[in-house]
Design a protein around this ligand. Structure first.
Ligand SMILES: Nc1ncnc2c1ncn2[C@@H]1O[C@H](COP(=O)(O)OP(=O)(O)OP(=O)(O)O)[C@@H](O)[C@H]1O
Ligand SMILES: [Mg+2]
Length: 352
């Protein structure tokens, strides 16, 4: 399988599927494959699979076009069916943690414990006063099983199930590195989901998924201009070149500002909650990813409201790209959407 230890990262978002494969050599990480396929509206809703056939077909096309049949894959889940919580437990050994976690987890999870897969990661083994900080992750089995089935039917061999927000952290660490003694926000704004992480000294302090995203702007354009989904997407992303009428351009701008206020208000609410419940101090900077971070009004509104500088993440920054094999303009255009798939592609065989 391409003689490669890395897994193919598969990000099944509600707007599109993204796949990425990297190869590690002495000279660094090289891009082997990157591709994407749009999904029909409503195929994925809030991280759950609604149109199984459509998702399998698109992923199968990607697998075949990129000659990835049988390759081991890392996938991710997000949304309401995933619960991530930082909890404090009395200090204990890994064995004690493994045997007590289901019981401990029950009180933090709003679902029947039998319906979820639970995993833990020790964040700080000595958080003080005999306590340790642990990250608890629970995901509904139903959603995980759907993702596994899709990957298998599309011809892949799924071996790792990750979470969108962890993939964003990994891609950030690869390309930028967490600054010591600083608190940064990582915000991934997709079509129907916003993943927010706050990381202090490289340790996750706060994470939350909000069920909102750039679709809100597509819907507003559809309603206000009386057009269909495809046309609205076109107006949204093709502003300047293909949208000839300046009246339409101005209207799209106006709607983008309105939607940006709605999305940023939700983000701000989460950040305020983090500030009120943590001692980590103010954010020094916010790093944005996700296709919808290309709405210029979002960046401006975030900078104004959070009073921090906002920077876009380039997931390919520290990855070697052969310009003869890849269309650089295409990669640049898709870079905002690529973060999760590149983060997943950092996973290796044998990882947990
Ligand atoms: N140039 C652009 N300007 C504004 N919005 C854009 C642009 N390019 C893409 N988008 C929007 O980005 C969104 C897709 O982003 P992304 O690929 O991160 O989403 P996803 O991962 O498929 O969805 P999910 O929210 O379920 O994670 C769509 O709403 C799309 O319209
Ligand atoms: Mg996404």
């Amino acid at each position: 399988m391409l003689g490669n230890k890395n897994l193919v990262g598969v990000d099944i978002g509600s707007h599109s599927i993204k796949i990425c494969l990297l190869r590690e050599t002495a000279k660094g990480l090289h891009l082997q494959r990157f591709d994407f396929a749009p999904l029909p509206p409503e195929a994925m809703v809030d991280g759950a699979v609604m149109n199984f056939g459509a998702v399998v077909d698109r992923l199968k096309d990607l697998v075949q076009a990129n000659k990835l049949g049988g390759h081991k894959a890392a996938l991710s889940v997000s949304g309401h069916s995933v619960i991530i919580k930082k909890i404090s437990l009395p200090e204990m050994t890994d064995e004690e943690l493994a045997s007590s976690i289901m019981w401990e987890a029950e009180q933090y999870i709003p679902f029947d414990i039998k319906e979820v897969h639970v995993d833990v990661q020790v964040l700080d083994p000595k958080a003080g006063q005999g306590q340790m900080d642990v990250l608890l992750v629970a995901a509904k089995k139903e959603v995980i099983n759907d993702h596994v089935s899709i990957a298998m039917e599309a011809g892949l061999n799924p071996v790792i199930m990750d979470v969108d927000t962890f993939a964003v952290q990994n891609v950030f660490e690869l390309n930028y590195g967490f600054p010591p003694a600083e608190t940064v926000g990582l915000i991934n704004i997709g079509a129907s989901m916003i993943n927010i992480d706050v990381v202090s000294n490289g340790i996750l302090q706060f994470t939350r998924d909000i069920s909102m995203g750039g679709n809100l702007l597509t819907e507003e354009i559809q309603r206000e201009l009386g057009v269909g989904f495809e046309e609205a997407e076109h107006y949204k992303t093709g502003v300047g070149e293909s949208v000839s009428s300046s009246a339409i351009f101005r209207e799209v701008q106006r709607l983008a500002e309105r939607v940006s206020h709605t999305l940023v208000t939700e983000i701000q609410r989460s950040i305020e909650f983090f500030k009120a419940t943590s001692l980590s101090g103010d954010l020094s900077r916010v790093y944005l990813s996700g296709g919808s971070c290309q709405i210029p009004a979002i960046i401006k509104t975030l900078e104004q409201r959070l009073e921090v500088s906002v920077e876009l993440i380039n997931p390919f920054k520290n990855i070697v790209i052969d310009t003869k094999r890849f269309d650089i303009a295409m990669l640049q255009r898709l870079a905002p959407s690529a973060g999760v798939s590149v983060g997943l592609a950092l996973r290796r065989r044998g990882d947990r």
